[in-house]
Design a protein around this ligand. Structure first.
Ligand SMILES: CC(C)(COP(=O)(O)OP(=O)(O)OC[C@H]1O[C@@H](n2cnc3c(N)ncnc32)[C@H](O)[C@@H]1OP(=O)(O)O)[C@@H](O)C(=O)NCCC(=O)NCCS
Length: 162
């Protein structure tokens, strides 16, 4: 697996699984009916943000991550990141590799911490992965997320100093 900067040429490979993940409404605080154009603008970031893809030996996109300042001005030293792995390639270490890449980027760029603003409590795979990468839950928004199967569930803010 190789992780490299994403280009607009990667978008046609990203959109189908990104769409499925957002439309499922289980993990992202995005409108479930987001259009392709809206999603492309929100996902493919210019500097100071960065978007990457994880690709296999044949160049197929396995997953993607975006990383960016979480805040501006006097709080611009806090970064954030978001992750989407094609479910056909889940559970094989792509998410972990993308998480490590985001942390390496944030350190390189001089951020002092990374904060995930909205990790759904029922997304146990993500919560376990971020904990194993050194993140703690520093706050929880009670019933901050409406899950299609579980109803109102909590949203965690997860943080790790760099
Ligand atoms: C969360 C997500 C990024 C994880 O990506 P992934 O490539 O499947 O994750 P990995 O294969 O690197 O596994 C990471 C950890 O998840 C856990 N995990 C893996 N497969 C699992 C499974 N089938 N069930 C439960 N936990 C599992 C393990 O703790 C694993 O850690 P390990 O490396 O010690 O085994 C991916 O599932 C995804 O894109 N989900 C939808 C969007 C999303 O939730 N994004 C994150 C929002 S905070």
């Amino acid at each position: 697996m190789l992780i490299r900067d994403a280009t607009v040429d990667d978008w046609p490979a990203i959109w189908p699984f990104l769409h499925d993940i957002v439309a499922a409404g289980e993990t992202f605080t995005w409108d479930r009916d987001v259009t392709e154009e809206q999603a492309r603008i929100m996902w493919l970031l210019d500097a100071p943000g960065r978007t990457v893809v994880a690709v296999d030996d044949e160049g197929s996109v396995l997953g993607t991550a975006k990383m960016n300042p979480n805040h501006r001005g006097p709080a611009a030293h806090i970064s954030s990141a978001s992750f989407m792995v094609d479910p056909r390639h889940g559970g094989r270490g792509v998410g972990r590799a993308l998480g490590e890449e985001a942390l390496a980027w944030a350190r390189r760029e001089g951020y002092r911490a990374m904060q995930f603003n909205a990790v759904v409590e029922t997304n146990t795979r993500a919560v376990a992965l971020w904990r194993s990468l050194g993140f703690d839950v520093i706050g929880t928004l009670p019933e901050g997320f409406y899950h299609p199967a579980h109803g109102y569930v909590d949203l965690h803010i997860m943080h790790r100093p760099l």
